[in-house]
Design a protein. Structure first.
Length: 340
């Protein structure tokens, strides 16, 4: 089968392939014992920048579960690290920045870094190793959306309501727009490096966009997310959590081929809002991965049935795989979806 006939790519083009494609956000990670074994003694971001390690971790879930796509093992903060920004991922916590970007002067300093100068050699090398092994299975490249990156960068670390980033939009809209515009260029560069090395699809993660009002999303965020994706030249998926109140904006004016839906809204509801020109991705509730198989099975069947309301459907979770998930549950989901 040529790569162009892969079910994921057909679904993003609006077709309904004979096999419904399925993959999982955070499929490469802590739910797999083989991942935990490989990661011993290596910090998260160092693992991402070690090409053979990143490639092997990317391939592990494809081998184990038979999913229809690999998602590149990396992190949304990697392009910032490559741009020279001091960042670490604290286990159990998330990204932490040594110097939060809070004032106009902080924004001046960080935006003086030219995104074009970012050295993506390690990323390109890892992507090439992955695609050489994947054959007809597509690789999904990804990046963080400007707001989700800013939610960490302005705060300096993880936060619940991303108050500082949301405050900057209103207190100093000029600084906000300069920062978000720069983050869009940083993420764009990361996406292009993955595309140029062989990724077939890209997904933009706006995991924390759900903390925004629809008006703020439209005014301060959507234009920057659109800039990160527009004209990239390969199919795109735009994913957010809690974005139900402004779901139609997640199409970014029609440039997203696929939109991710979390578990708070059914896929038939989402299809009614988004219309016939976009493919839906989702939306198994990650909490149900901990339920007995018959309960999870009934839920997956319901997701599949409601997904028929969309022009095409890529099965996924509503958000990432929780670390404590029994990986056999994921394998069973893949078998069920492929059995049709
Ligand atoms: O999906 C995949 O399997 C591909 C790899 C991937 C990772 N992070 C690996 C990772 C992807 C696509 C991401 C994106 C990412 N990173 C997002 C957007 C997606 C989402 O889940 O909402 C966000 C918000 C981040 C930032 C981040 N990185 C967080 C909040 C954490 C968790 C911190 C923790 O320990 O709980 C990370 C770390 C991270 N990124 C891990 C993995 C496998 C865990 C690292 C470990 O093994 O300790």
């Amino acid at each position: 089968m040529p790569l162009s006939d892969a079910p994921l790519l057909l679904a993003l083009a609006g077709d309904r392939p004979s096999r419904t494609p399925v993959w999982f956000m955070r499929q490469a990670g802590r739910s797999l014992p083989e991942y935990r074994e490989l990661r011993v003694g290596t910090r998260m971001l160092d693992a991402c920048l070690t090409p053979d390690l990143a490639a092997e971790i990317t391939l592990q879930p494809v081998r184990r579960h038979g999913v229809d796509a690999a998602v590149f093992f990396s992190d949304i903060v990697i392009p910032l690290r490559l741009a020279g920004v001091e960042v670490e991922i604290e286990p159990g916590r998330g990204p932490v920045f040594a110097n939060p970007v809070r004032t106009a002067a902080d924004v001046d300093r960080i935006t003086a870094i030219d995104p074009e100068g970012l050295d993506a050699t390690a990323i390109a090398e890892a992507v090439r190793l992955v695609t050489a092994e994947l054959g007809d299975t597509p690789l999904i490249g990804f990046a963080g959306a400007p707001f989700t990156l800013a939610a960490y960068l302005v705060e300096g670390g993880p936060s619940k309501e991303h108050m500082r980033a949301r405050a900057m939009m209103h207190a100093d809209p000029d600084s906000w727009n300069r920062l978000a515009g720069w983050l869009a260029r940083i993420s764009r560069r990361f996406l292009e490096a993955q595309r140029d090395a062989g990724a077939s699809v890209v997904q933009l993660f706006d995991s924390w966009a759900g903390s925004l009002s629809p008006a703020d999303y439209r005014a301060f965020v959507a234009p920057h997310s659109r800039a990160a994706l527009e004209g990239i030249g390969i199919p795109t998926i735009h994913f957010g959590v809690g974005t139900g109140p402004f779901l139609s904006d997640m199409r970014l004016g029609g440039i997203a081929d696929g939109v991710g839906v979390d578990w708070r809204q059914t896929l038939d509801e989402a299809a009614a809002i988004l219309g016939p020109d976009v493919t839906l991705q989702g939306n198994i509730d990650p909490a149900l991965l901990a339920a007995p198989w018959p309960v999870l099975e009934a839920h997956v069947q319901d997701v599949l049935a409601r997904g028929r309301a969309a022009r095409a459907h890529i099965v996924n979770l509503g958000h990432g795989v929780p670390p404590e998930t029994d990986p056999d549950q994921l394998t069973r989901i893949v078998e069920l979806v492929h059995a049709g």
